[in-house]
Design a protein around this ligand. Structure first.
Ligand code: NAG
Ligand code: NAG
Ligand code: NAG
Ligand code: NAG
Length: 306
């Protein structure tokens, strides 16, 4: 009778205790693109990561691309500790080249995605050749423009870049006389969307300073867009999921959070007992493993003379 009991206990263990530890991250969502690690809340596969970052990253020929409504950007870095992404795009002006002709993306995210991604407060956007009728200058008179330095970076410094000597002699600078300035530096919070069409601008640059405590010139600024990501909602859910060996994901139909536990998905974590609806997903291999364990236990029980 005892061996039957042992067999029954191992059967119960095999089937009712989730196999979180045997799967874990091996079947997880983490992936790589070039030398960048893609981890929660980001993912390359639908259903993985946080739903706020779905359909956002694509790995094309080992180059990680970030796609939002204003266009595609190359991801230069993802800093998981500071929760930031560094983006670049070929039509952004830098210290060595000024790109006009409205080809630049600017930065516009989908409305629903706004809570999840925002350019950092110490990232400066410099809008170039905006027309006088631009909404940027409306409601301002004379020298009281919305343009100002952001984190110590602004147009007065930017004008000293070699690229400016290439595009023409006129340098309106910050003097608002005959027309608007050729460059207007602004923080993202002040305008929300950097939509070059809406703002009537010909181009833009974006910079951030990795050495904020040191006085640096525009040739030392880093050109690109630094974006902060904020995971909204219950972080306890993902922490609990990962702690039990699962991968955080979401339901591709209703975007609710899911904890992926290898062969089954949990709405809490991988230590929770799967509900009946999950049992159907058990594979033939699982059943076979369970059966083999029973046999082994049965033989063991016989050997031990139970
Ligand atoms: C990743 O590779 C790029 C060149 O492809 C290099 O510039 C960058 O520094 C690398 N980043 C890391 C974190 O190794
Ligand atoms: C778990 O959820 C993910 C994402 O929705 C889905 O791709 C996968 O097929 C699900 N797995 C199971 C076993 O239901
Ligand atoms: C930018 O603004 C224009 C004009 O207001 C609009 O038609 C366009 O859809 C906007 N672009 C994005 C990416 O939102
Ligand atoms: C977050 O989720 C955990 C487990 O899923 C739950 O126990 C907790 O009450 C939730 N917290 C909030 C603030 O919703």
């Amino acid at each position: 009778m005892a061996y039957l009991l042992i067999a029954f206990v191992s059967f119960v263990f095999q089937f009712l205790v989730p196999k979180a530890y045997s799967y874990g991250h091996a079947h997880g969502c983490r992936s790589y693109c070039g030398n960048l690690t893609i981890d929660y809340p980001f993912a390359l596969q639908p259903g993985c990561g946080h739903q706020g970052y779905r359909d956002l990253l694509y790995c094309i020929n080992n180059v990680l691309m970030f796609h939002i409504s204003s266009g595609s950007y190359r991801v230069l870095d993802i800093d998981y500790a500071y929760r930031s992404l560094t983006l670049d795009e070929p039509h952004m002006s830098t210290c060595t080249s000024i790109m006009l002709g409205k080809r630049g993306n600017g930065f516009v995210v989908e409305r629903w995605r706004e809570p999840y991604l925002t350019p950092m407060t110490d990232n400066v956007f410099m809008l170039l050749h905006c027309k006088a009728e631009s909404p940027l200058f409306q409601g301002f008179s004379g020298k009281h423009l919305p343009c100002r330095n952001v984190a110590g970076m602004g147009c007065d410094d930017y004008y000293s870049c070699p690229a400016w000597s290439l595009i023409g002699p006129q340098r309106a600078g910050s003097v608002y006389g005959s027309g608007p300035p050729e460059c207007c530096a602004i923080a993202y919070e002040a305008i929300k969307d950097v939509n070059l069409t809406r703002l009537g601008c010909q181009g833009y640059s974006s910079a951030y300073n990795l050495a904020p405590l040191r006085l640096t010139g525009p040739d030392e600024w880093s050109y690109g867009i630094r974006v902060k990501y904020s995971v909204q909602g219950n972080e306890t859910f993902c922490k609990a999921c990962e702690a039990t060996g699962g991968s955080c994901g979401y339901d591709v139909n209703d975007f609710s959070s899911l904890c992926m536990c290898g062969s089954w998905n949990s709405t809490s974590n991988c230590d929770s007992v799967p509900s009946t609806s999950h049992r159907r997903t058990w594979s033939f291999m699982d059943a076979l493993t369970g059966f083999s364990i029973c046999i082994v236990n049965w033989e063991l029980a016989i050997k031990l003379g139970l």
